[in-house]
Design a protein around this ligand. Structure first.
Ligand SMILES: Cc1cc2nc3c(=O)[nH]c(=O)nc-3n(C[C@H](O)[C@H](O)[C@H](O)COP(=O)(O)OP(=O)(O)OC[C@H]3O[C@@H](n4cnc5c(N)ncnc54)[C@H](O)[C@@H]3O)c2cc1C
Length: 316
């Protein structure tokens, strides 16, 4: 088997970084290829449910995971995987937007990606007033007017966060009622900086270099209104983009990767962990635990396939 790495991990969120810590601590040559470090966890303003840490921001916990993986020798590449295949000699071939890598085992931990609104202007103005992360970008809109689109907890938390620094915030939801927790609803109903716009959808984002306004359409009477503003935060959920691996794994109806209790996919040597999988609960502690499990399973596979005994003596 002629490869560059023992294990390549796709994704730098809690699952990928925990897998990297376990893999590199076992002296496996480990590479993490990730579009960003932290993944969704980096969007969380305050994490209060990670054992042993009372309160921490998503950015801080991600930096700690990253530092720990680096300390044990994990290498990192800030690239996007665009294809994955396995050759007859059992080597995995990964192509990114810039390079090609080979490894003996792969852990898929590419989580979820914010869902697009899919309206004119969105793609062109991404990063120029169109954002998917209030925690990351709120301060760019200090004393400015912004909109948040969505009706769940994430949208409402973002509106509350933005209201702390922005001049005013429109919260736009396509239904008449929000689905968020009561404590959050109470807060938006009393926050004078937040204006609720219900039964409405964004039909267009306007601007040449940066966002200057949006068009919103009332779904009851069809009337279109133009709102002058500087930024729009899209909080309409997350999707799994698993198209590039679909030949090597089984996907469920939500495009999540099906795994067994040892994090194995249908392809030998290919593992998956975290939000990208069909494991039901999506939390940092769970993603991290699944990442650790996937790394140990991959370690056992590599030991067994090179004629050594894996620590957990799993059968492959
Ligand atoms: C706003 C918000 C608040 C949250 N708050 C909490 C909380 O308080 N407590 C809690 O436990 N959980 C919270 N969660 C959930 C938690 O963040 C996720 O369950 C967790 O981050 C999942 O980790 P993951 O590693 O599986 O995936 P992700 O965090 O989604 O990470 C995916 C990684 O893969 C990378 N990637 C994607 N595609 C590719 C590709 N093709 N090539 C290379 N890299 C790729 C991404 O850049 C990223 O590094 C929150 C989530 C959000 C969105």
């Amino acid at each position: 088997m002629n490869s560059d790495y023992d294990i390549i991990i796709v994704g730098g969120g809690p699952a990928g970084l925990a897998a990297a810590i376990y893999s590199s601590r076992r002296s496996l040559k480990t590479l993490v290829v990730a579009k960003s470090i932290g993944g969704q966890a980096a969007y969380a303003p305050e994490i209060e449910n990670y054992p042993g840490i009372e309160k921490i921001s998503g950015g801080e916990i991600s930096a700690k995971f990253y530092a720990q993986a680096t300390k044990f020798g994990t290498q990192f590449k800030s690239e996007e995987i665009i294809s994955l295949s396995k050759s007859k000699d059992k080597v995995f071939h990964l192509k990114t937007n810039r390079n090609e890598y080979r490894s003996k085992a792969v852990i898929l931990a590419f989580g979820k990606t914010p869902r697009d609104l899919d309206v004119p202007g969105e793609q062109e103005l991404k990063g120029h007033g169109v954002s998917y992360c209030a925690t990351c970008d709120a301060l760019f809109f200090k004393d400015k007017t912004v909109a948040v689109v969505g009706g769940g907890n994430s949208a409402i938390e973002s509106a509350i966060l933005l209201a702390k620094t922005s001049k005013s915030v429109y919260l736009i939801h396509r239904r008449s009622e929000f689905t968020a927790e009561k404590v959050l609803l109470d807060e938006i109903n009393t926050n004078k900086k937040i204006t609720l716009i219900t039964d409405s959808v964004v039909s267009k984002i306007n601007g040449n270099q940066v966002v200057t306004s949006i068009d919103i359409k009332n779904i009851r009477d069809g009337k279109v209104q133009n709102l002058v503003l500087n930024g729009i935060f899209i909080e309409v959920g997350f999707v799994v983009n698993a198209e590039f691996v679909k030949k090597l794994v089984k996907l469920d109806s939500k495009s999540q990767i099906e795994i067994d209790p040892l994090n194995k996919t249908k392809t030998e040597g290919l593992y998956a962990a975290g939000d990208v999988t069909d494991v039901r609960y999506k939390q940092i502690i769970i993603a991290a635990g699944e990442g650790a499990k996937a790394a140990l399973s991959a370690y056992d596979y590599l030991m067994t396939s090179s004629g050594k005994t894996g620590v957990y003596s799993a059968k492959y």
